[in-house]
Design a protein around this ligand. Sequence first.
Ligand code: MG
Length: 381
Amino acid sequence: MKTGVVIAAAGSGRRMGADGNKVLLSLMGKPIIAHSLELFASLPEVDELVVVTRDVDLKIMDRIVRKFAADKPVQVVVGGRERQQSVYKGLKALAANTDWAIIHDGARPYLTADVVYQALQAVKKHQAVGIGVPVKDTIKQVRDGFVVETLPRPELWAMQTPQIFAYDLILRAHVEAKRRKLTATDDCALLEELGQPVFIVPGDYENIKITTPEDLPVCNTFFIGYGWDVHRFAANRPLILCGVEIPSEKGLLGHSDADVAVHALMDALLGALGRGDIGEHFPDSDPRFKDISSLTLLKRVITLLQGDKLAVNNVDITIMAEVPKLSPYKDAMRAKLAGLLEISERRINIKATTAEGLGFVGRQEGIKATAAVSLIGREGR
Ligand code: MG
């Protein structure tokens, strides 16, 4: 008996926001598609593999295939515009004497050999086998914003891949679908159209398809940054700390609004990003930054962070001031920063302390602030 595998990997990753093909993004140290390639290449039951990809990815896919599926005959072929066309091209590339065709999405890296074996067993009896899991949510049919019907949950299954078929049968279903101009989001549906019963084998809830960045696990690497800043007290200036105006006899002197805490925070963020300091980004010789709200500058730093596909994990700020008393304003400061950084207030800590009368802070000449931050990235960046 001859078994061939078609791995569909011709998607563009639009929903991932990825520049290229999402199956090429990194997951646990190798491309997403490499996980499926390694699994199928390791199964003695599998005779050959076909990877269907975009023409722009042919070269890189060739390299990946040679590295992760070297033990089996593998072809890389160019797919079509829709998944269905790509799978059909892949099926046609399999040897003509293939008995069983396994069709799998390259964006499902968590598939286990156990599930494949159960489906391979079942297909010998049923000719057409899908993998699925019972849905956990209540599913409603909605049209124009209103519920049409609540579907009976015990009968609903969410379909996964692989789907395994008798080779001649699935080929015929694709030819027939093409003739009748039918499109479906999975291959089982094409057989359903032919009136062919499709048997369902329970899959794994972990066998998810990587579709949006949230599907990728958070990296276990953190980026840490630290910053500090000092500003001198001056009369006739407002006192602004973490974007909150605080009643005070004196404010802080500076080119911008002199928000010493936000300056420390920005330096910490730039430090974690490996992008220098705020002096480089917002020089105080530049008239554009005269009296500017430091929150506006912070927004620009956050844009840099998002461009690097990083998110703030937590922030810890210490403000050292002899006067005024800052503790009544800490909650307002946290709320202000949480909104801008798009994280929970619980991930932002603000400490206020005096200097016990020592040094420039103790002599009430100015305020000092320090900030520590950690950033997290997602795999794939
Ligand atoms: Mg400053």
